[in-house]
Design a protein around this ligand. Structure first.
Ligand SMILES: Cc1cc2nc3c(=O)[nH]c(=O)nc-3n(C[C@H](O)[C@H](O)[C@H](O)COP(=O)(O)OP(=O)(O)OC[C@H]3O[C@@H](n4cnc5c(N)ncnc54)[C@H](O)[C@@H]3O)c2cc1C
Length: 426
């Protein structure tokens, strides 16, 4: 069957332009609310049955870091308060040394924090918000197979196997890192695309409450940095922590039995052993470690027919907690399609640069630079702003963040140079 939702169709009853949002994940649902608010008729097509019923999706973390950029976007659809009321503020990274000592490094100035958010709940809230708009239709169990760049017609397959062709005025591809919409872009001349898997995988497990209370201080993001790998733990409302171990796949492959898990933890994370308790022996064997992919491409749009958003356009590794936060930012701009590509691509490339620059949380140099930055920020708050602060607590465009960071790096070096020259003179 063919359904023509577009306003080109003479039989179309709707006068409103029709936007087809393909993929009803975090970005798709939020996008749907934005387009609906602007008066479009929105059709969301999601391959899963019903996301409200869905359990945790494979390849996705249980909780997420929400920071300023993400919050601003939620605010625009009136959802900031609902979401943050169910989040747990984290004021510092809590660094766990091998000997068990814990040292907090604040994320920003006093009062600045990031939030630990339950991914499933965020998805549900976004979906429930989308359901309140009369001009949004949610079509579950509709998997996009392909679309035509000539006619714009999309082919969907339903759960029962029936195929349907659908036409809309604009297609918004929000179908994630392995986007089916993007496949057609790959055939276009001058479309750049790269996909890279990190050598690291990630494994998630739960740290249960102890005597009904959080096993560690709850208002922190706990980090165990260990050179080529690290473990992190984010608090949940039920007083558990969600732990994620990021480690090269080859290291995961060495841990093959419950005894080896214990041995591994005794070597690298001894302080976590009593906190995880009896669950520890089994954590490596419930699910295999998951892969992490990053995707870069350009352009994000195809004529006036289609645009890629979210992970479909720029999936990134999670170390800066920006994947979702970065995606959310774009809705505010409301730019037309070529403008969206022009404005957005340099910002996304800047994020990859930031990720590379600040990936080594374990090194002494990193810690030293953090202390210097924080100190200079206190005495020159407008001139020297730590990289993390610009990324997490402002909406400064990412490429400007990088530019400013280069500039202040030079200033910082000059200051250190002047000081060391002065000291030499004493
Ligand atoms: C371990 C991990 C931790 C992370 N932590 C953070 C964090 O702390 N902070 C942060 O900001 N970001 C984080 N991210 C990144 C964040 O999860 C993603 O950027 C975000 O989920 C992307 O949303 P999306 O809607 O673009 O894609 P997705 O969430 O992947 O949604 C895509 C949707 O499209 C549907 N779909 C797929 N194919 C089709 C098809 N052919 N037809 C129809 N529907 C389809 C899928 O079912 C899904 O519902 C993390 C990612 C990982 C892997």
């Amino acid at each position: 069957t063919t359904m023509d939702y577009s306003t080109n169709d003479s039989k179309s009853t709707s006068k409103k332009k029709v936007v087809a949002v393909v993929g009803g994940g975090l970005v798709g649902n939020l996008n749907a609310c934005y387009f609906a608010k602007r008066g479009f008729q929105v059709e969301v097509f999601e391959s899963r049955e019903d996301i409200l019923q869905a359990k945790i999706v494979k390849g996705r973390s249980i909780n997420l870091v929400l920071s300023h950029r993400g919050r601003q976007t939620l605010k625009h659809v009136g959802m900031e308060d609902t979401i943050i009321s169910k989040g747990i503020p984290m004021h510092s990274r809590m660094i766990h040394a091998l000997n068990g000592t814990q040292s907090p490094i604040p994320y920003g100035k006093k009062g600045q924090y990031i939030l630990s958010i339950d991914r499933a709940n965020l998805n549900k809230e976004l979906l429930s918000a989308a359901e309140t708009y009369p001009n949004i239709n949610l079509n579950f169990a509709n998997k996009l197979l392909d679309w035509s760049t000539e006619t714009g017609a999309m082919t969907f397959v339903r759960a029962e196997g029936a195929k349907e062709e659908i036409q809309a005025d604009l297609i918004v591809g929000c179908d994630g890192a392995f986007s089916a919409i993007r496949k057609q872009f790959l055939r276009q001349s001058r479309f750049n695309y790269s996909q890279t898997y990190t050598p690291h995988g990630y494994l998630e497990f739960t740290m249960p409450p102890i005597n009904g209370e959080f096993a560690m201080k709850p208002n922190n993001l706990h980090i165990w940095p260990r050179n080529t790998f690290m473990m992190i733990a984010l608090p949940n409302l039920d007083k558990t922590f969600n732990c994620t171990l990021f480690m090269p796949f080859e290291e995961f492959e060495k841990v093959t039995t419950g005894d080896k898990v214990i041995e591994f933890f005794q070597k690298y994370f001894p302080d976590a052993i009593p906190l995880i308790g009896a669950l520890l022996r089994g954590i490596f064997f419930r699910l295999p470690a998951q892969a992490m992919v990053s995707v870069k491409c350009s352009s994000y749009h195809f004529g006036d027919k289609c645009v890629l958003m979210g992970d479909a356009a720029h999936a990134m590794v999670p170390f800066y907690g920006q994947g979702m936060n970065a995606l959310f930012l774009i809705f505010i701009s409301g730019a037309v399609l070529p403008e969206y590509t022009r404005v957005r691509v340099p910002d996304d490339l800047a994020i990859y640069f930031i990720l590379l620059t600040n990936s080594d949380v374990n090194s002494k140099w990193f810690l030293f630079r953090k202390y210097v930055d924080n100190f200079l920020h206190i005495i020159m708050p407008r001139t020297i702003i730590p990289l993390y602060t610009m990324v997490t607590f402002t909406r400064t465009r990412y490429h400007k963040v990088v530019k400013h960071w280069h500039w202040q790096d030079k200033v910082r070096k000059d200051i250190v140079h002047v000081h060391s020259t002065l000291f030499k003179g004493l």
